[in-house]
Ligand binder design. Structure first.
Ligand SMILES: [Zn+2]
Ligand SMILES: [Zn+2]
Length: 277
């Protein structure tokens, strides 16, 4: 079994990255809307669905297996992250099998690609002859096509089919070089800023929470179940005062009584009331 401490630490780190990645994704979706608003064809339109069906015939664009008997998922050829800077626009959105979608993420997450110039082409380049032994993506394709000649042939067919499909969308093809040259730097800055913001805000909120908790320590035992564990701290006004709650229908309606020191009791009651509001 894997070390649970390590898993917990990783999960904690990932929580912050998830916020930053979400922001990057939101930016790319917004840019997609703005860029494609005047295009003749739309992702959600019938015409686009027909084109995707024509090109891929209800098969996964990567492995070619039928999507009718496999779990299918919306796929972006160029992944929508800070490295691949893909958009949710015609020419980049497809339907793929879930297995390919999950495996392709390994290439999409790389800052620099060595096998091809895009995440999808890189994913289809793991033919088992170009990577170090033990490459998980090469292992995936070996599982789909064990025989090397067939594997290389089928992978290169998928590359050609996707390239031809892309040519149907000249607006996106024209925009791609500019997106790839400008967005990774800008989005990496957005990602780092977001992580820094999350770290600072969490630290600041923790500090505020600690201050509030320290103030709550002034409350006496037995005021209410939620705050009963706090001990009263010394205060010059309260010395010698034994106050207790005698009649309260809610924490906002406290009534206090004491054998003496009515002015101190009044002050103290107003403090309680303001703290617990
Ligand atoms: Zn597939
Ligand atoms: Zn490989």
């Amino acid at each position: 079994m894997r070390d649970p401490t390590l898993l917990l630490r990783r999960a904690t780190r990932r929580a912050k990255s998830d916020v930053a990645n979400k922001l990057v994704s939101m930016f790319l979706h917004e840019l997609s809307r703005k860029m494609s608003q005047d295009w003749a064809i739309r992702v959600e339109g019938i015409e686009y669905g027909d084109l995707v069906r024509k090109w891929f015939n209800s098969q996964c664009p990567y492995c070619g297996r039928s999507l009718e008997d496999r779990e299918a998922i919306i796929e972006h050829l160029d992944g929508m992250n800070r490295y691949r800077v893909g958009l949710h626009v015609p020419g980049n959105v497809l339907v793929a099998c879930k297995d390919c979608n999950l495996k392709k993420r390994a290439d999409d997450a790389l800052k620099e690609l060595s096998l091809a110039d895009s995440g999808w082409a890189s994913f289809l380049s793991h033919d088992g002859t170009r990577c170090a032994t033990g490459c998980p993506t090469c292992g995936y394709w070996k599982g789909v096509w064990p025989e090397v000649t067939e594997r290389k042939l089928r992978l290169s067919e998928s590359v050609k089919r996707i390239r031809s499909f892309r040519r149907e969308f000249p607006e996106f093809e024209r925009a791609l070089p500019h997106l790839r040259s400008t967005l990774p730097g800008l989005l990496t800055k957005l990602y780092s800023d977001c992580q820094r913001f999350a770290k600072d805000e969490i630290a600041s909120l923790l500090e505020r929470f600690n201050r509030i908790s320290a103030a709550a320590n002034l409350q006496p035992r037995g005021v209410s179940p939620g705050i009963s564990r706090f001990q009263p701290l010394p205060h010059p006004l309260w010395d010698g005062v034994e106050a207790h709650r005698v009649n309260a229908t809610s924490t906002r309606e406290l009534h206090w009584s004491s054998a003496g020191h009515p002015e101190k009791i009044a002050h103290r009651a107003s403090c309680w009331t303001s703290w617990i509001r």
